[in-house]
Design a protein around this ligand. Structure first.
Ligand SMILES: Nc1ncnc2c1ncn2[C@@H]1O[C@H](COP(=O)(O)OP(=O)(O)OP(=O)(O)O)[C@@H](O)[C@H]1O
Ligand code: SF4
Ligand SMILES: [Mg+2]
Length: 465
């Protein structure tokens, strides 16, 4: 099986990554950086998913969790239908061949003490691919593929420019013929002409090797060019996910709108006409993210509900998902449809939470949601609930006895002078009281039965009399 049943090569389910902040002599955890918080998405085979967002929003952390360079705090990653979120190093080893990463920093990601041939050939050596000669041939072939020369085989990384180093990183990622490459800002350290070369190279390699990319970048122009779909992150959350062109023509989340307004337009007339949205305020701390919608302190459409309730990610059709209480560019019919499905989802969510609470407390789990007690109408039924006879109030029923709450009140129902701890007088209807008292030779209103018993019990003292 090469992909999971829904056609996804990789699925990320409610993924969380919190970095602990430790302090004091004992190094106790005092807070957590919520770098990635409950992100769910999937990437089909052969697709390029662009991942964008401000600096520090958790793009690299998400990418590293996907290839399991970081251990997620919660959630799961499913690769080819198999959960890899909890696999140890041994279990991960065969999968490392399938998932590779191009790192953000071309200067820091290459070992300065090793020659290029060793850097690119090492993954093959570790995974036992080919002998020395075969590996050398393969490395030279890869160097050519990424636009370098086989003569570069024996050089050290410091002898290359930034763009060339990034190519070495690409060659290393390709060495094991992976299925998935997480490219973490593969072009942001390069100048514009080299950026174009690199983007074209990645696209050619994708066609040749049937690669699936998660392409992380700041530059929305580059992302638009390479991506099939784009995911927008804000402060650890996935806030919008859309087919690439639709995101640019119809952003739904105000944060995406603001990001797109910052993309330069080559036409000066068009550029003058465009509204430039300047986000005010600082990016909030991922240690204490804002309540409700995390974007609310900077959003120009924010209302009270945004501060209190976190908006769920909902589908606005055509695979366009966004998390916003006041979505932009959505017609009335779609809004109405979304509202209904949101309410249904909220209802389901409450039921699931209730079941969870029952399980946690060890209570039986209800099959259906609890309903309020059914109240049958009619005066006779009300009287029955109260313990009155249908013909009149029960003896001792006080003026305030007005419903089930008052049933069993000691002042009304207890027999004067009789301790109530072991025997509980029952509120019988007047007719039944009279009939039973006649049988037992007692005055009405004084019959008792022990707790837990269904029948009357003869009292020895009275029998003797
Ligand atoms: N090892 C770590 N320990 C503690 N905090 C970390 C660690 N790595 C990342 N963070 C924090 O997690 C958050 C997300 O970082 P991340 O590198 O994923 O951001 P990013 O979106 O890739 O940013 P950029 O676009 O600048 O690369 C940041 O607030 C960062 O400070
Ligand atoms: S939910 Fe509210 S605060 Fe968040 S993006 Fe939408 S309008 Fe703005
Ligand atoms: Mg990063």
């Amino acid at each position: 099986m090469s992909v999971s049943e829904n056609g996804a090569l990789i699925e990320v389910n409610s993924l969380k990554k919190y970095f602990p902040i430790k302090s004091g002599v004992l190094g106790r955890e005092v807070a957590r950086v919520h770098a990635v918080d409950d992100v769910t998405l999937s990437v089909p085979e052969g697709e390029t998913l662009g991942l964008v967002g401000e600096s520090g929003c958790g793009k690299s952390t998400l990418g590293r969790c996907v290839v399991r360079l970081l251990e997620p705090t919660g959630g799961d990653v499913v690769f080819e239908g198999r959960s890899i979120g909890k696999l140890g190093p041994r279990g991960m080893r065969p999968l490392r061949r399938q998932m590779q990463m191009i790192f953000q920093d071309p200067y820091a990601s290459l070992n300065p003490r090793k020659r290029v041939g060793t850097i690119i050939g090492d993954p093959m050596r570790i995974h036992g691919i080919g002998d020395r000669k075969e590996r050398k041939e393969k490395v030279e072939e890869l160097l050519q593929k990424v636009g370098l020369s086989p003569e570069h085989y024996n050089r050290f990384p410091h002898e290359f420019s930034g763009g060339q180093r990034q190519r070495i990183g690409v060659a290393r990622a390709l060495a094991l013929r992976p299925k998935l490459i997480v490219a973490d800002e593969p072009v942001s350290a390069l100048d514009v002409s080299i950026q174009a070369q690199m983007v074209n190279l990645l696209e050619e390699l994708q066609d040749e090797f049937r690669l699936t990319y998660i392409f992380i970048a700041h530059d929305l122009g580059v992302v638009r060019h390479v991506s099939d779909r784009i995911a927008v992150m804000y402060l650890g959350k996935l806030v919008e996910l859309s087919p690439a062109e639709e995101l640019y023509s119809r952003p739904i989340m105000p944060y995406t709108e603001a990001l797109l307004s910052a993309v330069p337009v080559p036409d000066p007339d068009l550029s003058d006409k465009r509204e430039r949205i300047v986000l005010e305020g600082d990016v909030p701390s991922p240690i204490h993210p804002p309540s409700g919608c995390r974007f609310h302190p900077r959003c120009r459409y924010a209302t009270d509900v945004c501060k209190q309730i976190e908006p769920p990610l909902v589908d606005y059709g055509n695979g366009h998902l966004a998390a916003c209480h006041h979505p932009l560019n959505v017609d009335k019919e779609t809004l109405a449809r979304v509202r209904v499905s949101r309410e249904a989802a909220a209802c389901r969510g409450r039921y699931v939470a209730y079941r969870g609470r029952c399980r946690a407390q060890g209570d039986p789990v209800p099959i259906r949601r609890p309903q309020p007690p059914l109240r049958r109408g009619g005066e006779a039924a009300r009287r029955r609930r109260r313990g009155d006879s249908v013909h009149g109030p029960a003896p001792g029923a006080g003026a305030g006895a007005d419903g089930p709450r008052d049933r069993g009140a000691p002042a009304d129902l207890g027999r004067p002078g009789q301790p109530r701890d072991r025997r509980t007088p029952l509120p019988l209807g007047r007719d039944r009281q009279v009939a039973r008292a006649a049988l037992a030779g007692q005055a009405p209103g004084t019959l008792t039965r022990p707790r837990g018993s269904s029948g009357l019990q003869a009292r020895p003292d009275r029998l003797e009399r």
